[in-house]
Design a binder for this molecule. Structure first.
Ligand SMILES: Cc1cc2nc3c(=O)[nH]c(=O)nc-3n(C[C@H](O)[C@H](O)[C@H](O)COP(=O)(O)O)c2cc1C
Length: 298
């Protein structure tokens, strides 16, 4: 079986999930192509070889982080560049988000419409809770628990999908309207992106310039940073800056800097969960996942 998995990941969480799915298919001996959509939307057309691989595959997967209860615009743009197929292609969606709220289930509404028009038939969708890359930093213990849970759920989800089971997320009432309203985050992000700046700690290593998926950052000949109007608010520049030197405009108080280690902390101090927000929702998410993992292991 041939599978193509395309994904966008601002700060690495969704990439981990994409790689998790890819490794399950590879272990089965399937042919798997995993592609980051970074840069692909800068051209009008997707590369011919990618279009061919996608058209020929048996299963197509598309993954993204949830932004304000929506799929990021770069993923929608990518979907709009997909070929119009002559027959239905089995498709699955996976997404990661910082919290387990059911409202996140509406994130794929617009994307599903775009895919449907191209005959990508979304039969399965999976959501995984992963650490926040904005707003607040999850403790290393929490981040580790989230990834551990996703890592154990992915094989179950892949197995069920390969057995032909359908799995779609339950939308909340008025989901389309809520998602539409929340899409104001996209232009808000573009406006705010122009307000990004760098502090004196910046060493001009150029990492942010090279990493930015929308090529929105440049350094002028005089060494000044220019942040354009195409910011996706993916947080990659600020999150991965080695000197924590990027200020994210009006949302600077929400900045989460530095990649998560995903390694279980050992000391009590390290285990502190800095944020008590939505504790019940997280507990429920972990309890349901644990129950499923135990049930399916029997
Ligand atoms: C601009 C922005 C908006 C976000 N909106 C949501 C949201 O609506 N719900 C949620 O649970 N997480 C939200 N998050 C958190 C991310 O979805 C989460 O941290 C995700 O795992 C990041 O994945 P990545 O590392 O692949 O970019 C948001 C993050 C950003 C940067």
């Amino acid at each position: 079986m041939k599978t193509v998995i395309c994904y966008f990941s601002g700060t690495g969480n969704t990439r981990k999930v994409a790689e998790g799915f890819a490794s399950i298919f590879t272990e089965r001996g399937d042919e798997v192509l995993t592609v980051s959509v970074d840069g692909l939307t800068l051209c009008k057309k997707l590369p011919d070889n990618l279009i061919k691989q996608i058209s020929d595959c048996d299963l197509f997967g598309l993954g993204y982080p949830i932004y304000a209860f929506n799929a990021p615009p770069i993923v929608l743009q990518f979907a709009k560049r997909l070929p119009r197929l002559t027959k239905n292609k089995r498709t699955f969606i996976f997404n990661s988000s910082g919290e387990p709220l059911k409202l996140n289930n509406i994130s794929s509404l617009k994307l599903c419409g775009i895919l449907k028009r191209r005959r990508f038939d979304v039969t399965n969708e999976y959501h995984y809770c992963m650490p926040y890359n904005i707003m607040f930093r999850h403790s290393d213990e929490m981040a580790c628990k989230m990834w551990e849970t996703a890592r154990r759920l992915i094989p179950l989800d892949a197995k069920n999908m390969l057995n032909g089971e359908k799995h779609l997320l339950k939308r909340v009432r008025c989901g389309a309207l809520i998602a539409w309203v929340m899409r104001c985050q996209q232009w808000g992000g573009q406006l705010n992106g122009r307000m990004y700046s760098v502090s004196k700690d910046c060493i001009r290593c150029g990492k942010c310039v090279n990493d930015c998926p929308s090529h929105n950052i440049r350094i002028t000949k005089k060494g000044k940073f220019k942040f354009g109007g195409k910011c996706l608010m993916c947080m990659r520049c600020a999150h991965l800056c080695p000197r924590n030197a990027i200020r994210i405009g009006l949302f600077n108080g929400w900045k989460v800097n530095g990649p998560y280690s995903f390694i279980a902390p050992k000391t009590e101090e390290e285990k502190q969960h800095y944020n008590r927000l939505l504790t019940k929702a997280y507990e429920q998410y972990f309890a349901e996942a644990e129950q499923r993992i135990n049930n399916e292991a029997q």
